[in-house]
Design a protein around this ligand. Structure first.
Ligand code: ADP
Ligand code: MG
Length: 703
């Protein structure tokens, strides 16, 4: 491609210059014309409607007024200093206030002049005012139709201080759009697709996203740009996937042999569910294909993923390879180690455990045995993927992800074996909303366990406030009298760790008074304890020596005590949905009716209320995951690092599921016919993908 106008440095746009260019770069990451063009407005001012001051109420929200600035005065002093204005139209007067930037405002506004004003109405005692309104002079009597929806861009205080405020940003964009010709933004989607999807052209979309004339134009531009963004993301992900499937050789696990059959026919403690069988078959086929497997295994809490993982590891061993299982926390890793050792008792297989806490001679001996191939299965924390850990021949690596491993960590599993990378199975207990699975894991194959083992009684979930605490205690007593065990969980959030710990300890003491020794025994567990102490406390609870386990979320993942049938969660409003779902999954594992009691204060935010209602209404992890996505957005669910990898400009994974689905389906169809995008009709798309397609930082070789 020739040098494109859009590649010009932003410095050279009229009205920018070196100083502002530097600021745009450091504050917003805008370096070129293209960057500016692709920073879309986050909202619009509807220029078609003018409000009348007399009709305003505290509920009016954001309004647009047209009138005269009557006064502008400095009021108060010190920290209370502010700039106050009076603004009048033919129906009334309203007060304007500025708490910052008084100097700038006084210089840029003129008393007696007519302005169009935009801002949010707030009630201040019995009067109304508008703080920090946007003000601009009317261009002419008849508004320029191209600015009926005026764009509003992300800004910062620094930008405002340098005059790069809303008005200036609009002006820059107008200037840019005057320069940009349709040849500068060539169509990047295949023509047949643009027609089929009835999309507006790329050129039109980019112009109209900034200055739509009406709602229809705006919708069409948005739709086009969202589709385009998701389509290119899918093309990239799927291309990686298809290429990998073609190019990356994996060990063909052709045998399903002695260990698998002995286990399956003689030792397995229960009948596998239909879903478990189906998933094992999918994985078997994949590992037998000669291509390297990269598969995501989704299954709700308690759906029996560990057993699926074990059966797959037996296949690896039957083919002469070692297998590894990696968990995000020490406690979960140990739990896996215990259950897998127990499952395998009586079989002639060596299972090792490795974490940061295994040191010295023990570690040396373990690592030697691993390298010599004497250990068949290694279970542990991310210590597994560190450099000094050498396998003789790692054939299958399983990570129990729980949303905690980054893509990079998964990628480093690949390096654990030469010449071919091991097969990789990623297990996740927090069901992933469909849209996220299609993007973040879009390059993986997916298996889903959508069935729970039989005989599970659904957990009853109830919301209780402080006022009910004594009744909750009474309920706990009754359940303990029936022989049940109980978890009481406190939040532990890093910023206020000290306070949380104090809460936990006070809670422990209060419970000790309600449930005195020797009749009752209580375990306590939190992340600050030494491993040996944690083990001791955990074991007491597992063995049934204690009736109550007071803990932080360290018990969130994987802990399995079937006799525990009540989960009491303190300060529930401070937990996220997926965490609550995980916590609830610690009960309901035995034959008894289980309960989850969500304790909160009396006051709840509307989001907090919705979270709790969701928990009370459904036990289905997929439904909870969708609600979580809707309430919090993808960035918060994935953590900034992973959502940053996606870097979406306009598409919203919580809302644009349908567009994403279509984009993915079309991308698959196109790549199946034309994997290299060599067909003349696809050449523009190929060029664009290569030059401007999503970068997918950190996807690494996992893709
Ligand atoms: P998760 O998918 O949450 O990791 P686990 O693997 O810990 O679930 O399994 C939860 C419990 O269900 C364990 O006690 C396990 O032994 C049991 N389990 C798994 N599969 C079955 C099955 N097919 N029938 C009965 N119990 C099962
Ligand atoms: Mg598990």
């Amino acid at each position: 491609m020739d040098k494109n106008l859009l590649d010009s440095s932003i410095e050279y746009l009229k009205g920018v210059g070196p100083g502002r260019a530097e600021l745009l770069r450091s504050e917003l990451g805008i370096r070129t014309f293209r960057d500016l063009l692709q920073q879309y407005p986050f909202r619009y001012v509807d220029r078609t409607v003018f409000h009348r001051i007399r009709d305003l109420t505290p509920e009016s929200g954001e309004v647009q007024l047209r009138g005269i600035l009557r006064r502008l005065d400095q009021v108060g002093d010190g920290r209370k200093r502010r700039l106050v204005g009076r603004f009048r139209d033919d129906s009334g007067v309203i007060e304007l206030v500025w708490f910052k930037g008084a100097h700038w405002i006084q210089n840029s506004l003129q008393v007696g002049k007519e302005y169009i004003l935009y801002g949010r109405v707030t009630a201040f005692g019995s009067t109304l005012n508008i703080a920090h309104p946007e003000m601009e002079e009317p261009k002419s009597e008849s508004q320029d139709p191209a600015s009926t929806f005026a764009p509003v861009y992300p800004s910062t205080e620094k930008l405002n201080a340098k005059g790069l405020d809303v008005k200036m940003r609009r002006r820059l964009m107008e200037g840019l759009l005057e320069k940009v010709q349709s040849a500068d933004v060539p169509e990047n989607l295949p023509d047949y697709l643009v027609r089929k999807m009835k999309l507006v052209s790329r050129f039109d979309a980019l112009k109209r996203i900034h200055f739509p004339e009406d709602q229809n134009q705006l919708d069409a531009a948005r739709n086009r740009l969202k589709f385009e963004e998701l389509f290119f993301l899918q093309l990239r992900l799927l291309q990686l996937k298809f290429r990998r499937q073609q190019a990356v050789i994996g060990y063909p696990f052709t045998q399903v042999g002695a260990n698998f059959y002995e286990y399956y026919q003689e030792r397995i403690p229960f009948e596998l569910t239909g879903a478990q069988k189906r998933v094992i078959k999918e994985i078997r086929r994949d590992m037998g294909s000669g291509k390297q497997m990269n598969r995501l295994l989704q299954g709700d809490v308690g759906s029996g993923k560990t057993m699926v993982g074990l059966m797959c590891m037996l296949i690896a061993i039957d083919n002469g390879f070692q297998a590894a299982m990696m968990a995000p926390t020490e406690i979960l890793a140990q739990q896996h180690y215990l259950s897998i050792s127990e499952y395998l008792e009586g079989m002639d297989l060596q299972v090792g455990f490795l974490s940061g806490s295994i040191k010295g001679k023990k570690r040396r001996v373990l690592l030697e045995a691993l390298e010599a191939g004497e250990i068949h299965i290694l279970i542990g924390t991310h210590a597994l993927i560190e450099d000094p850990v050498v396998f003789k021949n790692l054939g299958l690596a399983i990570t129990d992800e729980q949303h905690r491993f980054g893509v990079k960590q998964r990628a480093s599993l690949w390096k654990k074996n030469k010449p071919y990378p091991p097969h990789v199975l990623v297990m996740t207990a927090t069901p992933i909303p469909r849209t996220l699975a299609m993007t973040l894991y879009g390059d993986l194959d997916v298996s889903v366990i959508d069935e729970l083992p039989p005989g599970r009684i659904p957990i009853t979930t109830q919301h209780r406030t402080e006022a009910h605490r004594m009744r909750v205690i009474g309920f706990m007593r009754t359940e303990i009298a029936k022989g049940r065990q109980i978890y009481v969980v406190y939040p532990l959030i890093e910023e206020s760790e000290k306070l949380d710990l104090q809460n936990l300890e006070e809670g422990y003491e209060a419970l000790s008074r309600e449930f005195p020794r020797p009749e009752y025994q209580i375990s306590i567990l939190h992340g600050r304890m030494k491993t040996a102490d944690k083990d001791f406390e955990m074991q007491r609870f597992v063995k049934g020596e204690t009736q109550i386990m007071v803990a932080t979320t360290v018990i969130e993942v994987g802990v399995n005590v079937p006799n525990a049938s009540v989960m009491v969660i303190e300060n529930t409003e401070r937990f996220g949905l997926s965490q609550l779902h995980q916590l609830r999954g610690r009960v309901g594992r035995g034959a008894e009716q289980s309960f989850c009691i969500l304790l909160t204060g009396n006051k709840l935010s509307s989001e907090g209320r919705e979270r709790i209602q969701t928990m009370v209404q459904t036990n289905n992890g997929f439904e909870i995951a969708e609600a979580d996505l809707r309430l919090r957005g993808p960035g918060n669910i994935l953590g900034t690092q992973q959502s940053g990898d996606l870097n979406l400009r306009i598409a919203d994974l919580a809302r644009d599921g349908r567009i994403l689905q279509t984009a993915r389906e079309l991308a698959i169809r196109i790549l199946e016919k034309d994997p290299g995008l060599e067909h003349p009709a696809n050449v523009n798309t190929k060029k664009f993908l290569e030059k401007y397609g999503p970068a997918l930082k950190g996807w690494g070789r996992i893709s």
